[in-house]
Every structure is written in structure tokens, then in C-alpha cells.
Design a protein around this ligand. Sequence first.
Ligand code: IPM
Ligand code: MG
Length: 385
Amino acid sequence: MKANIVLLPGDGVGPEIVAEAAKALKAVATRFGHDFAMTEHPVGGAAHDLCGDCLPDATLAACKAADAVLLGAVGGPKWDTLPPEKRPERRALLTLRSELGLFANLRPAKVWDALKGASPLKDEIVARGIDILIVRELTGGAYFGKKGRSADRTSAYDVTPYSTHEIERVARIAFEAARRRHGRAVAPQPGRAVAPRPGRAVAPRPPKVTSVDKANVLETSRLWRETVTALHAAEYADVELEHMYVDNAAMQLVRDPARFDVILTENMFGDILSDEASQITGSIGMLPSASLGAAKGGLYEPIHGSAPDIAGKGIANPLATILSAALMLRHAVGLAAEADAVEQAVSDVLASGVRTADIASPSGASSAISTSEMGDAIQAALSGF
Ligand code: IPM
Ligand code: MG
């Protein structure tokens, strides 16, 4: 199959990790006989340095025309002093999300078998299983509401608007995802159907959505809760629904993460909770994301950002980007077996003990491999040698 994929390396570690994901995609194309046309376009601070705009028209047009977009990261100290609306985060990332209509951000957070020891949580908590899908609303709330300062600049506001339409469409994605996950065992092997070992029953996971809000304080949260409850009653009564305040959710994520299946929440809460979820799984360098809208396609990116402190050192973990490429194959291009193969390659490479610095045990840190060596290992696993 032919697919037109736009690569947006961006800033910081972005170019290093996107190069490794491109390697993995090439290996998939060769192994499965596909034709992936991959074209790179400037975005973020790198684009600003090139042409004075963090999201050049040509880049946006290429993204709109593509089958899928794979983004590294944008932003860094060099561009922190730009006016807010010109900064990479707002001009590039937030504009891309809204222009492409990407209202749902899927952030799967799970503990990989080989990385159980990397979680900072106690063994008995990890043993209960951590396999969470965060569905974050991505084009509403405080990120996109009216913002400003008083004339004397001593007070400021960021309005957090939400409409029933915005809440319903992202809630639907969460309920559908919960249904698709139904029947999965607690802590399944990545990319593999659940096959209980003989004589050992694996408890299937009933589909469950935890809708996270702050309905004890915020009016938008009360609308959120009402809307999710009504949609659930009308269309998704087979899925278990619970509501949870965001402060409690932050606590439960470290106390008892196994209680979560799908977490549905608004833009800002989802930003915060997904970083927390990444840490309990071991490393933020392992978490991919898919940003989806009504149209096919979407934007795929690691959740970790540009990490300027380690940029250019060749030590960033490319696996979150490689796993984002797997999500892209599954959601944008409809290649499920190919996506499974990439996830299996990650699982196999981790099982063989290969580690970048962020996931190496403290004693083995000196033997940690580089970004490109990790990319080579994935490429080799995908190529079958
Ligand atoms: C993320 C990032 C972005 C966000 C920043 C870079 C604007 O933290 O994708 O989680 O807050 O959405
Ligand atoms: Mg974030």
C-alpha cells in the first residue's frame, strides 16, 4: 500500500528520534512490501530560524494533504522569549492540533514486561498491572480559550470554555476505545492477543471509563460530567463509567494504577495526568501518542517534548517515537499487523536487555546504548535478523 507520510523533526531531540522512527518505517515498508513516501518539513523553532514562522504555510499544507504526520517535538530555551502567539508550542503545536481538527489525544501508558523494574512504584503495585489509555481532549479548554492581561498587566486570565459537542465527541472516542480493549487481560503482552497459559486463568478486563474532572469546583467540569453521563446512558451502558475528581485521580495513579482502564479527561488535566502516568511506567521516553480528529490521518508524537538538556547528545530514547509510528500505522494507515510488528520489535529488543540511558538500571547505565543504536536494534528486529 502507498502512504504519504509527513515527518516533522522539529527541535531539541526531535530530529534524532524522528530519524530512528523513519528507519523503523522503512524496515516495515521493506518487510511488508509497502511504499511509504516520507517527506520532511520544518516546524517549531527550527522553522522560525529558517523563515520567521514556527508553522510555515507550506508545512501546514503538507500536513493537511498527508495520510499521516509524525512529529518529534517543538520548543526550547532559544525561542522562549518570542511573543506567546509566535512561540513553537502555540504557533506550531497548538495550531497544528486545531487546524487539523485533532480533538482526541490517545496516550497509552503501560508497563512493558522487561521494564517492570524501571517503575518507581513498589513491586506489588506494579504486579497488579499498569495498562492505561488516557484520552485527552485536545482542542478546547484553557489552551484555546480567551486569554489576556488587564491594562496595567497585574492580572491575567485564561478562559476554559467547553461545549457539549466538544465533550461528547471525545467521550465517544473513549467509550469506543474501552469497548475495543474489552477482553484484554490485566497487563497483557504488548501487541499480542491474550492467550492464558495452560492451567492459569487470566481475568478479562471489563471495559471501564474513568471520567476525570473537578466538578466540585468548576462549571465546565459539571457540564463535562452531565454530558458524559448522558452519552453513557444513551449509547454505552455496557461500559462501566466512574467519575473522579482530578486531585483524587492524581493520587490513585500512584496508589492503585491497576484500577484504571481508559481515563477520559479535558485538555489541561490530560496534559498533567499523562506525564504522571508516564513516570509510573518507568520513563517518559517510552510513551507514544496519537492525536485524532473526524477525518482520517492524524498527528503522532512522543509525549516527552524537545528535552533541550539532552538534545544533540545522541542519548534520547527513540522508542516513544517509534511506538508513535506504530500507532500511526494502526490508526492512520490501517496496517494493524505492521503496527503489531513494530510493538513486538520494541518488546523483543527490550527483552534482549538493550537499553538507552533513561531506562537502564543505575548499575548498568554506563553500558546504555545511543539513540541510533536503539534505532538500529529495532530495524534489525523488524528485518528479521
Ligand atoms: C504535550 C505538551 C504540550 C501540551 C506543550 C508542549 C504545549 O506538554 O503534548 O503534552 O501541553 O499539550
Ligand atoms: Mg505535556
